[in-house]
Design a protein around this ligand. Sequence first.
Ligand SMILES: [Fe+2]
Length: 220
Amino acid sequence: MHYKVIEQAFTQTELDQFVTYWENNTDKIYHTNSMNKIQDPWDLPIVKEIVKPVLDKHFDTSLKNLGDNLYRHEYPYYPHVDISKSIYPCFNVLIPIAQQNPVEQHFLIYDQWVNQPIGATWLGEWYSKQEGDFDNNKKREYPLGDSVVEGIKGDQILEHLTIQGKEQALFKGLTGVALDFKPGNIIVFDSKHIHATGTMTGGWKMGLTLRFVGDYYEYF
Ligand SMILES: [Fe+2]
């Protein structure tokens, strides 16, 4: 299995501390593509104090950290893969922290993966409209028919794995799971897998993502 959910790893008080931290540190927030982020969270004292001791129970956190973000956003994000500078194997650790409104919110992890150590974002019809390229997760068109995508077995569109408001063709051929974006849980997965936010209609959501060098299958 290329993903694992660790349930209720953090208390509400701990999650609230992150929300307060965010609101008190607006000067550190970096705004990009409708995503607001505080970068390199592994170096933040709040992460070392609250998150590291919990992660220590599940894997060796002295593994090299590759960054990622403490983030808050209100619009859904395209299917993508986070791999930077050809550094692979690595794995993603996602901690849902808070939602503006208590609506059902999903995080989509697809069975399909990239066969090269590259970051990618599939934009479909937005491919040509998006000027420039992204720093790491370089833009591509559709997963179906893309030579770097492995594991596609058909051309079905599974409704629960699509994002409302995004072009349906983006999801053609993808299979996988829609996990609960449940504050306090931890979702860990092999970084080579395509993933996306689910449909977002309930205002902002906030989370913490960390990425570590190491073989996911050795630890989980
Ligand atoms: Fe990601």
